[in-house]
Design a protein around this ligand. Structure first.
Ligand code: ATP
Ligand code: MG
Length: 240
């Protein structure tokens, strides 16, 4: 039997509402990330994609609806509690320590609760460029290298669900392709991924499912081929 039928979904939002102050941004969002699958959350600027990731990571509380992680009802759980439950979000700004070296950044993952040993070794194996730069201050590396370090740190916490928000931001196409190759490899190891991405084709190429969000609502969810035309019409501008 396929995994998806026996394993609880990695993430499930049902009728989720959330916003900032009195402004509601998410309106009854239903979103499912099956275990071990990659879901792309796509949509125009301001649609509510980052807000959705904030709810999923516990940074922003839902004002209505249900949030499930690995089959557990986790409404109201803190970001720290969800991190312990295996939810890992790469923060905007990448969440690395710019004035520490690469090696120190990787060492700190261990101090944050997971097994320290092996985090750096795995990182250097997966991203050889980090091994070459282990003594360099993280803040002086290129954008792509910093993104790799951010990913390596995220993986060091051994996540079950990875939340990625535009990891391509400001990076050259070749670097983006390399990063997404790693995302694909991670998914192959069973990590579930919810990714937000402006490069629609890049995202759809590795996604098992895609969801199109417009004005805080999921207007389409399905396999990439079924959602592609709706994306084109909704925000990429007409025919292909
Ligand atoms: N901290 C905040 N306080 C107030 N409003 C916010 C805040 N963060 C986001 N918003 C508003 O919520 C709406 C959704 O924003 P969000 O960042 O979720 O969109 P997005 O889909 O990620 O857009 P983009 O593709 O531009 O990153 C926008 O109208 C935005 O201005
Ligand atoms: Mg965003």
């Amino acid at each position: 039997m396929p995994d998806t039928l026996v394993k609880a979904p990695a993430l499930e939002l049902r009728g989720v509402r959330a916003g900032y102050g009195r402004i509601q941004v998410l309106h009854d969002v239903d979103l499912l990330v099956p275990a071990g699958r990659v879901v792309a959350l796509l949509g125009p600027n301001g649609a509510g994609k980052t807000t959705t990731l904030s709810v999923a990571s516990g940074k922003l509380a839902a004002t209505a609806g249900h949030l499930h992680v690995g089959g557990q009802h986790v409404n109201g759980a803190s970001a720290a509690a969800l991190a312990r439950a295996g939810v890992c979000r790469i923060p905007e700004g990448r969440g690395i320590f710019p004035t520490l070296t690469v090696a120190e950044n990787l060492k700190l993952v261990g101090f944050l609760g997971s097994k320290a040993d092996g985090v750096a070794d795995t990182a250097y194996e997966r991203f050889p460029v980090l091994a070459q730069r282990r003594g360099q201050l993280a803040g002086t590396m290129s954008g792509g290298e910093q993104q790799m370090l951010a990913m390596a740190r995220a993986l060091g916490s051994d996540p079950g669900l990875l939340l990625l928000d535009e990891i391509s931001m400001g990076l050259a196409p070749k670097v983006v392709a390399d990063l997404y190759e790693v995302v694909g490899q991670l998914a192959a190891t069973g990590i579930s991924v919810l990714l937000v991405e402006q490069f629609v084709h890049t995202a759809l190429a590795i996604a098992d499912y895609a969801a199109l969000m417009v004005n805080g609502r999921i207007v389409r969810m399905g396999e990439p081929a079924d959602v592609q035309d709706a994306i084109q019409e909704t925000y990429l501008g007409g025919g292909r």
